[in-house]
Ligand binder design. Sequence first.
Ligand code: SAM
Length: 354
Amino acid sequence: MRMSLDGANEERGTRKVRGRGVHIVMEPDPVSTVLQIAGGHCLPRCLHVVADLGVADALDETPRTADELAASVGAQPDALGRVLRLLAAHGVFECQGDTFRHSPASRLLRADHPQSLRALARMFGLPINWASWEALNHTLQTGLPAADKVVPGGFWAYFAAHPEDNGIFNAAMAAKAHGQVARVVAAYDFSGFRLIGDIGGGRGHLLHAVLDSAPDASGVLFDLPHVVREAAGVASARLNLQAGDFFKDALPSCDAYLVMEVIHDWGDEDAVAILKAIRRVAPPHARLLLIEQIVPDDPGPHWTKTLDIHMLALLGGRQRTRPEYEALFARAGFLFGRQIDTFAGISILEAAPA
Ligand SMILES: C[S@@+](CC[C@H](N)C(=O)[O-])C[C@H]1O[C@@H](n2cnc3c(N)ncnc32)[C@H](O)[C@@H]1O
C-alpha cells in the first residue's frame, strides 16, 4: 500500500480510499491477481455460450427470470441463472432480484442491434479458437500457431472447409468493423482515387462505405473464393469482386489499396510477401492504406496486447508497433508517409511506392 498527498492523482491500485487530504492507494493483491487470471477463462466462455444460445435475443425491455429465459433458449434454468449472474457482475446484463434486464453491453449481443457484436462473440468461441487455446503450449514451445496443430491446414483452411463457421467468421469481421468503418471514412479523403482495391476485404463492408464517400470512384474487393461468395450482396456496377489468393494470384492494379487488419494475421515473411504482391501491381502514384491497431509503447494493459496473442496462437501473426510496420514497408518497396489516427482504436498508415 502506498499513500500519497492530496492532488498527487495516483490511480495505480485496485482500490482508492479518500481520507481528508490523503489518498490511500491499495496495490493489487498478488494472490487475487493470479487467481483472477488463472481462473478467469470461464468469463469469456460464458459470453460465447450465451451469445451462441441467443439469450440476449430472448430478452426485450421486460425483465425476465432465468427460468423464463432458459425456457426460451432451451437451457437449464439454474445453470443459466448462475452464468448470467457472473456476466451481470461484469456489465453484461443487469441482475435485479431474480430477474435480468439488458445493460448497454448485453444489448450488443442481440442479433438485431445495428452494431451487433453477437457474431464476434460467437467467433471467439468457435471450436477452432477454443481448441487452439488448449494447445497454446505448442505455440510457446515452437513459436508456431496452435491452430496448425489442432486443425489440418490451419486457420484459413478450416473456414474454407466449414461453411457455417465461415459464415460466423465473416459476420464477425463485419461486426468488429462497425465502429471502425465510419471512423476510417471520416478520417481520410478517398475522393481523389478512381479505383480502390480492398485486399482481404471480407464481405466488403469497408470498401462499400469508402465508395459511398467517393461517388466517382470504383472498387475491387479481393479475397479468398469462399469469402467472396459471401460478399455477393455488396457487388454493384462500381464494386467488383475478385476471388483469389494474394500469395498466388495477381492483384488488381489500383490507385489506392485498403488493407484492413490483414497484415496482422501474418508473420513478417508472409506480411512482406503480401505487400510485395501489391507493390508489383501498384502504379507509381498509388497509395497503400494499411489499417491496423497499433501496439502502444505504454507497458500497461491494452487490447492490442491481447489481440497479439490471438494472432500468435491462431495464425502466427502479430500486432505491431509503428516502427515494425515501417520496417515491413521498407522491405516491400514502400515509403511510409504518415499515420492517421481514427480514434476508433485503429490507425491508417499511408505509404507510397518507394
Ligand atoms: C482478419 S480478416 C479482415 C477482413 C477485413 N479486412 C476487415 O478488417 O474487416 C482477414 C481477411 O483476409 C482474407 N485472407 C486470408 N488469406 C487470404 C489469402 N491467401 N488471399 C486473400 N485473402 C485472404 C480472409 O479471408 C479475411 O477476409
